[in-house]
Design a protein around this ligand. Sequence first.
Ligand code: C5P
Length: 290
Amino acid sequence: MTRELTAAAKINLGLRILGTRPDGYHAIRSVFHEITLADAIVIRTAPGGGDVRLSCPGSELPADSSNLAWKAAAAFLGATGLAIDVSIELRKRIPLLAGLGGGSSDAAAVLRGLEDATGAGADLAGLAASIGSDVPFFLRGGSALVEGRGERITPLPAIPFHAVLLHPPVRVSTPWAYAEWDRRAASLTEGGPAEHDCPLSAAWHEGKPFPHGLRNDFLPLLEDRFPEIAALARFLKGSCGTWGLSGSGPTLYALFPTGARARQFSEDLPGGVRFTLCRSAEAAGASSNR
Ligand code: C5P
């Protein structure tokens, strides 16, 4: 059986870190929003003994058991006990270690694809949470308030926007970013929780403030450590109204109501800044595999 899947990236429309949990993870509150930038995945199943094979043509991503797509297939076979082999071809378009959730989205797509291809029932939400904190969101995608460690998902109406993703030339380790927050939490906790419950509407398109607070608690930490991020954040502050940092970075984004304004903004970026133009995935169900 063959399944062709799309695994979309996300951006975080604000991200607050609320504290450390007894399990060592952090409690967060964030609005995740799927975007049209996506990886392409082909899954093939055949009768067999439970082998998982993965290839990532053209990518530096390891195609081994450390890959979240591989882990997802192994977890699904372990939970269902199915006597099949799974082969996965993963064509990466989402940048690696970028704060865009690419690996987590691949894992969720593999879980959904295998459930669809085999018809076997499994606790996908539980499997997703065991693979990574951001994986549960991608089982449904779209737009959602994400809380807890990442497993508490409250769907929200999608917001139509056009985004310019900015890619500073640095890599940020998520465990490092959380450890840095731990070290400096005392100076970062003022300000209260993220605005997350504003009704979404076309208001932003009519010139009213964007419906989500875009404050990301990782940003001050990254600005201090990476001059490249600090410089881009300064540029965004001065040149665009609606912008933010995705996840634990390093990707920054600027949002616009129309594609024409997003393109214009990208043309005016300082020389050498790498960027990607994309759109919000406007409704769960937008991706081809849902
Ligand atoms: O769950 P995941 O493997 O994606 O998390 C990577 C690392 O990020 C964890 O080992 C932990 O250090 C940190 N993390 C956290 N709190 C979260 C999510 C991730 O501390 N809610």
